[in-house]
Design a protein. Structure first.
Length: 177
């Protein structure tokens, strides 16, 4: 396992974040291992920094290998204090603990910032992302049918949630009884 250093991103990291965002949304990475390319808007790390959004960068001795950000837009019904967790790790560094470290730090920052809930999306066939979300206490809420268009076809998306301030595990607020 590689040695990772995770830190909150600053203006000094802008060039690296721009590069990683470009890589994340390029056609080459629009596969079952990520949903970054489905976004219609252009990612703007400078706007994220200006808005003081929870934004973390992960590095290893060779340099930066990923980022995670908590975006208030794209949350169903614009729920206050809820954010969408977006995580990107370079393909060569996946399955080495970087995603886990990024989300762990993102949750810690979200908690200190008073956020209540994070949501995340994954393709149903992306077993690695779904397993990571489960290990990080996200619970699968359901599947959004034909939710995004990738490679010219409509795809389902699994929706996950994690309570940040409440109990460690997310659970429904209704009972089965």
């Amino acid at each position: 396992m590689a040695i990772h250093k995770v830190h909150r991103a600053t203006d000094r990291d802008l060039a690296v974040l721009d590069r990683l965002c470009s890589e994340a949304t390029s056609a080459a990475t629009a596969s079952s291992s990520g949903l970054a390319a489905h976004r219609r808007e252009r990612w703007s790390p400078s706007a994220w920094l200006a808005a003081r959004l929870p934004l973390v960068l992960i590095e290893e001795p060779a340099g930066p290998v990923g980022f995670a950000v908590a975006l208030p837009e794209n949350v169903p019904l614009g729920a206050p204090r809820c954010v969408e967790a977006v995580v990107y790790v370079t393909p060569a560094q996946r399955r080495r603990g970087a995603g886990r470290a990024l989300v762990g730090e993102l949750v810690a920052i979200a908690r200190t910032g008073g956020l209540w809930k994070m949501i995340a999306y994954a393709l149903p066939e992306d077993a690695a992302s779904r397993a990571l979300l489960a290990r990080l206490d996200f619970r699968e809420v359901g599947v959004l049918a034909k939710h995004i268009q990738l490679g010219g076809s409509w795809r389902d998306v699994a929706l996950h949630e994690r309570l940040v301030l409440a109990a460690r595990r997310s659970s429904p607020s209704f009972s089965d009884a």
